[in-house]
Ligand binder design. Structure first.
Ligand SMILES: Nc1ncnc2c1ncn2[C@@H]1O[C@H](COP(=O)(O)OP(=O)(O)OP(=O)(O)O)[C@@H](O)[C@H]1O
Ligand SMILES: [Mg+2]
Length: 285
């Protein structure tokens, strides 16, 4: 069986900022449809640049960007097609939000597509509900908390109904509860068919949330199933990433004979906790 076409793909892409050294020199990066992907790499490894290349904010100097197998043309028509397929949410919501109210901000993209008013209203309501911020629709964006601004910025991208939602470190700056709620929202979007790509430095979060990982290291970019890549010590060292906590626990459980070789390890502390209560019931009373 031939694998499905990647929904968006960079092919032998080269890119350098003005007067800078190449950030990428012939990189291949394919995003498979309908999956959750974590993009990992140390500071300055090129995560943000890669995301901007994928969403058309930057243009590769060499190579090509393809959407569903077709090369993107950077004219008006090509860019509109790209924007309705791929949406990028920037790391800092203040770089993204600019309208006076949340509702106005979220409606900007769909209005710009020239959609009828009813359709725009429907999309705005849907996006605000998806992000659990329907109650904030009329609030001035500058009066929102940081976490609320992040959600509003994501809602703006979701209102475009992209096939691929790309988020640059979306959990940075959120408290643990805010992170969990955001992961739930992204999980629901993924379950509804949106491909979600997230840049993060958090290997533990990547392990439990993503299906696939894309790891940037000086040797280039490697993509594959997240449990496989994050168990590769040489790759983690090259990319200067920490070992995920869950991998270390799984290794120990295997050594102790508590986990068979092909059972996946725990993805969260809560999951591990349920296993331990099952094995040794806690004393009651
Ligand atoms: N606007 C710019 N002009 C010139 N060079 C830039 C610009 N933005 C990034 N760079 C350079 O490009 C390289 C990749 O940066 P990029 O921001 O993509 O990395 P990153 O992986 O997102 O890092 P971080 O984890 O710190 O966000 C770095 O060497 C950086 O200094
Ligand atoms: Mg970055």
């Amino acid at each position: 069986m031939t694998p499905p076409l990647p929904v968006v793909e960079l092919v032998r892409a080269g890119f350098a900022y003005e007067d800078g050294p190449p950030v990428f020199d012939g990189i291949d990066f394919a995003v498979p449809e309908g999956r959750a992907m974590a993009l990992l790499g140390r500071n300055g490894s090129g995560k943000t640049t890669l995301m901007r290349l994928l969403s058309g904010g930057l243009r590769c100097a060499r190579g090509a960007l393809r959407v569903a197998g077709e090369e993107v043309t950077y004219d008006r028509k090509g860019l509109t097609r790209l924007r309705t397929t791929v949406q990028l949410v920037l790391q800092d919501p203040d770089d993204q939000l600019f309208a006076a109210s949340v509702g106005q901000d979220v409606s900007f993209g769909p209005l710009n597509l020239g959609l009828p008013e009813d359709e725009v209203r429907l999309r705005v309501r849907e996006a605000l509900e998806a992000l659990d911020i329907a109650a904030l629709e009329d609030r001035p964006t500058h009066l929102l908390s940081y976490g609320q601004r992040k959600r509003a910025a994501i809602a703006g991208a979701v209102a475009m109904r992209p096939r691929v939602l790309i988020l640059d470190e979306p959990t940075a700056g959120l408290d643990p509860h805010g992170q969990e709620r955001l992961l739930e929202v992204l999980g629901r979007l993924r379950d509804a068919g949106t491909t979600v790509v997230m840049a993060t430095h958090d290997v533990d979060l990547a392990l439990r949330w993503a299906d696939d990982a894309a790891v940037l290291s000086p040797a280039g970019l490697r993509t594959g199933p997240v449990e496989e890549l994050l168990a590769d010590d040489a790759l983690l060292d090259a990319a200067r990433l920490r070992r995920p906590w869950g991998m270390a626990v799984a290794r120990l459980l295997r050594e102790q004979g508590l986990l068979t070789d092909n059972t996946p390890g725990p993805r969260t502390a809560e999951e591990l906790d349920t296993w331990s209560t099952r094995r040794t019931p806690r004393p009651t009373g």
